[in-house]
Design a protein around this ligand. Structure first.
Ligand code: GDP
Ligand code: MG
Length: 178
């Protein structure tokens, strides 16, 4: 067996949405390369990376990750990115309430224009900056619950909860009939 999307080997398109500067590219690089580079340049256009993880039941999930910068400035382009996406990660920065408001905008967009089966995660990043926190954890929890999303706080800097984020998403993916 072993086709690209048999019951044991899934391949999924994942898009990352959220305001500029919340740490989208850092989350992706931490997950894919295990690195954090505080001086990395702003993403131009869309960069594309992939990473495969194995779950306990020996299923593998290959994430094809679209880390979009264009959507930050040109919201009209966003549907081009999330078309066909099986997963959307919506990221905000826990020190930045505006980025949380923007996350709620992206959730609405996804529910209007995304695939009905899309798995959505709400991510409060920069959890290491807890002394500068302005978005209470409970606000993230409530927003995610209201929208049927998975919620987690992460730090791309310390790598806290980064692998957990992708593992939890993988577990929530609809499986093709086996
Ligand atoms: P993007 O515009 O959403 O892709 O954001 P970037 O990934 O380029 O990150 C923006 C800035 O936030 C950079 O200066 C990163 O070093 C910083 N950053 C990203 N993630 C974290 C984090 O978890 N903690 C802290 N303290 N800084 C972070
Ligand atoms: Mg970026």
């Amino acid at each position: 067996n072993g086709g690209p999307n048999d019951a044991k080997n899934l391949r999924v398109k994942l898009v990352v949405l959220g305001s500029s500067g919340v740490g989208k590219s850092c989350i992706v690089l931490r997950f894919v390369r295990g690195q954090f580079d505080p001086t990395s340049k702003v993403t131009v256009g869309a960069s594309f990376l992939s990473q495969t993880i194995a779950l306990q039941d020996s299923t593998t999930v290959k994430f094809e990750i679209w880390d979009t910068a264009g959507q930050e400035r040109y919201a009209a382009l966003a549907p081009l990115y999330y078309r066909g996406a099986a997963v959307a990660i919506v990221v905000y920065d826990i020190t930045n309430p505006e980025s949380f408001a923007k996350a709620q905008y992206w959730i609405k967009e996804l529910r209007k224009h995304g695939s009905p089966e899309i798995v959505m995660a709400l991510v409060g990043n920069k959890a290491d900056l807890h002394e500068k926190r302005e978005v209470p954890v409970q606000d993230g929890i409530d927003c995610a619950e209201k929208n049927g999303m998975f919620f987690i706080e992460t730090s791309a800097k310390t790598s806290d909860n980064i692998n957990q984020l992708f593992e939890e998403i993988a577990k929530r993916l609809p499986r093709p009939d086996s």
